[in-house]
Design a protein. Structure first.
Ligand SMILES: Nc1ncnc2c1ncn2[C@@H]1O[C@H](COP(=O)(O)OP(=O)(O)O)[C@@H](O)[C@H]1O
Ligand SMILES: [Mg+2]
Length: 331
């Protein structure tokens, strides 16, 4: 029997109010995260990854946001319809999130220990010596050397990589079941990026967390995730196990992303970026939103929005011409 996923986003459409009216930032997005799984969400900047992530925790500004369709089931409970008190509990102790820029999320006038203690007080009622002990333990968990001394530092005394470790410590403080990491390594240099990914990989095992890793970089996702969800212009265009995605990408956008990943074993200069640019939510594009950039575009792509279809074992994509060519089953 199949067990229900830990998190199931179905047909989520989110609109924002802008000067010209309401625009659709993400459209009909569905994705699942199974317990213990690591799902990568990839797509160029502006594809709707952060809007999707922020929707899970209900972090959009209410007055200018409209959730026009969909459900987000977390352990069977629809987060879009949960009470504020339930959401506060879930945010603190079930689902945690880390962002690209740790400095903007850390308070510059509080020590590391003070900030982590505050989380521990709010969500676990820990104070005093018990909180201090847990702070040092958490800093150790995220491999910060000399943790008991570092705890009393202010954020500006730490390097970017160390700050991201502190953010991770705060995120895992209440042992969440799901960690959403939105471009956690984008602001860091390559060596530090690799260390943070390794830390996340270790913590995922140690704490048996599920992780949703968001990145514009398919190389990062490929190293980390078991499943990949590819987003383009507010839509999921492909969803597949990582090995399968590289072996047999279905959507032309995925193919473009793959050819843009640097290959370590090749010294050929490679500048295979996808020509053109991602449309803004304001731009009306009839048919497939990737069609203006697609090398394999056909007439039929220009008049109808393609729907997600089964392309193989646990793989689906939004590209009827490619699916037809591959002889995939229609699901
Ligand atoms: N609060 C907002 N108001 C209006 N437009 C927004 C808002 N947040 C995001 N968008 C737009 O939605 C699209 C998707 O954004 P985002 O999810 O941040 O992309 P990314 O994949 O880079 O994380 C972008 O075009 C962005 O400009
Ligand atoms: Mg983003």
């Amino acid at each position: 029997m199949l067990t229900a996923p830990l998190l199931a986003i179905s047909n989520l459409t989110v609109q924002f109010r802008v000067d010209s009216g309401w625009v659709t930032a993400i459209d009909d997005v569905s994705l699942d995260v199974d317990a213990g799984d690591c799902v990568g969400v990839v797509g160029e900047s502006g594809s709707g990854k952060s809007v999707t992530a922020l929707s899970i925790l209900g972090l959009h500004a209410r007055a200018t946001t409209r959730i026009s369709s969909g459900t987000i089931l977390y352990q069977g409970q629809d987060l879009l319809r949960a009470r504020a008190s339930a959401m506060r509990r879930i945010r603190g102790s079930e689902i945690a999130m880390i962002f690209q820029d740790p400095m903007s999320s850390l308070n510059p006038v509080l020590t590391i220990a003070d900030q982590i203690s505050e989380t521990l007080r709010q969500h676990q009622g820990l104070t005093g010596e018990a909180a201090r002990k847990r702070v040092v333990e958490l800093l150790g968990l995220v491999r910060i050397p000399d943790a008991s001394r570092r705890a009393d530092d202010y954020p500006h005394r730490l390097s970017g990589g160390m700050r991201q470790r502190v953010m991770i410590a705060m995120a895992i403080a209440c042992k969440p079941r799901l960690l959403i990491a939105d471009e956690p390594t984008t602001a860091l240099d390559v060596t530090i990026q690799a260390q943070i990914l390794e830390l996340l990989r270790d913590l995922r095992k140690e704490l048996s967390m599920s992780v949703m890793l968001i990145s514009h970089d398919l190389g990062v996702i490929a190293e980390f995730a078991q499943r990949v969800v590819v987003m383009y212009a507010g839509r999921v265009v492909e969803d597949a196990p990582v090995a399968q995605l590289f072996r047999r990408p279905v959507h032309p956008y995925t193919m473009g992303l793959i050819s843009a990943v640097p290959k370590l074993d090749s010294d050929a200069p490679r500048l295979a970026t996808i020509p053109g640019r991602i449309p803004s939510p304001q731009e009306v594009i009839p048919g497939c939103r990737f069609s203006p950039r697609c090398a394999l575009v056909q007439d039929s792509c220009l008049d109808q929005q393609p729907s997600m279809q089964l392309a193989g074992d646990r793989q689906s994509a939004r590209c009827p011409p490619r699916l037809l060519a591959l002889g995939a089953r229609h699901g």
